[in-house]
Design a protein around this ligand. Structure first.
Ligand code: ADP
Ligand code: MG
Length: 332
């Protein structure tokens, strides 16, 4: 970007900041941080998968979050999109607006960011840095063999609908933590620590996405809430579905809450970063094998049907009234 007055407002120079916190030797990339472009070399014949997600303070994270967790989450939500496509991550860029050069913040942020990057063997290859209200924008680059990307448009009538979850964890935990921060709910300290970690330190399901190539017919990552996100799959696939609200994975923390809140959190809570996906019924054993190889669990929550729309029932088959809107930044 053009040199701006913004960068002059920083006490440590923009380039010192980049050198100190965000420059590491390039390993897989042909060329990393420091030139006008980074150079990547995808494996021959592979397609590139690219996704961008922005995190704005007050919108996507609370000012109370530890910088290390913020660094983790900024990359995790981006990796989650690659996971949903069944792509293997390669590299990422980071565009950062900072109100001031806060060394403790940058130390923690970089630690969380690079720890997750190292876990996935990927590197930061470039970005942009400016003064401004705290805003973190990451773009991830991944690769996938042609024809094997998991798309929202692949669900077929008769497919099972699945969601992933961590052992002991469920959907809606991040939303429950948010409600606790808002003072709307109270819970045991041990439960709060668990759901807070689910909100602040999500696990991108990269290994599951890779294991579901050729098994799942469609996939999406759950960022805005199950009903809304699944709605995108149904719309893009031209199908409908029935899901069982009582089959949704629910943590002990959420199970201890009243039914109405449980429903709201599991069906419409955002920020889970689990995968919702579809697969033909005869693929169930392969789905289970994929989940266990990826170190998570997967549970069947419903079925794809020809009749358009999403129907929600309980374990006895009775309709569940659920009119929660999907999370929409321009409506909430
Ligand atoms: P340009 O002016 O050509 O856009 P910049 O001066 O903004 O380049 O950045 C200098 C170098 O530092 C570039 O290689 C850019 O990709 C990299 N860079 C800038 N900000 C970051 C950041 N936050 N993290 C990683 N690399 C960065
Ligand atoms: Mg710049």
């Amino acid at each position: 970007m053009p040199a701006s007055l913004d960068s002059l407002r920083m006490s440590i120079g923009e380039f010192d900041l980049i050198a100190r916190w965000f420059t590491r030797p390039a390993r897989r990339a042909v060329l990393g941080v420091g030139d006008d472009c980074a150079l990547l070399q995808p494996a021959p014949g592979m397609q590139m998968a690219i996704s961008t997600d922005m995190l704005v303070e007050g919108r996507h994270f609370l000012p109370t979050v530890a910088p290390e967790r913020l660094g983790h989450k900024a990359l995790a939500v981006n990796l989650s999109d690659l996971a949903a496509c069944g792509a293997a991550p390669l590299a990422f860029t980071l565009a950062l607006a900072l109100p001031r050069v806060d060394e403790a913040f940058l130390d923690g942020f970089a630690r969380g960011l690079f720890a997750l990057a190292d876990e996935h063997g990927i590197e930061l290859v470039g970005g942009d840095t400016t003064a401004g209200p705290l805003n973190i924008c990451i773009t991830v680059f991944g690769e996938v063999p042609p024809g094997l990307a998991l798309l929202r448009s692949g669900a077929r009538v008769g497919d099972d609908i699945w969601v992933s979850h961590p052992p002991g964890g469920g959907l809606g935990d991040a939303r429950l933590a948010l409600e606790a921060f808002r003072g709307r709910v109270a819970m045991a300290a041990v439960h709060f620590a668990l759901v807070r970690a689910r909100m602040e330190r999500p696990t991108p399901r990269i290994a599951l996405g890779l294991a579901l190539r050729g098994v799942a017919t469609s996939a999406i990552d759950l960022s805005d809430g199950l009903t809304g996100d699944l709605g995108h799959v149904l719309a893009r696939s031209g199908v409908g579905a029935t899901i069982d609200a009582d089959a949704l994975p629910t943590s002990a923390a959420l199970a201890a809450q009243p039914l109405a809140l449980r429903r709201e959190c599991t069906l419409a809570g955002g920020d889970d970063y689990e995968l919702a996906f579809t697969a033909p019924a005869d693929q169930a054993p392969r789905v289970q094998a994929a989940a266990s190889s990826a170190g998570c669990a997967a549970v069947r929550i419903g079925r794809i049907e020809a009749a358009p729309g999403l129907r929600i029932v309980d374990a006895r088959g009775a309709a569940v009234a659920a009119t929660f809107p999907a999370f929409d930044h321009f409506k909430t």
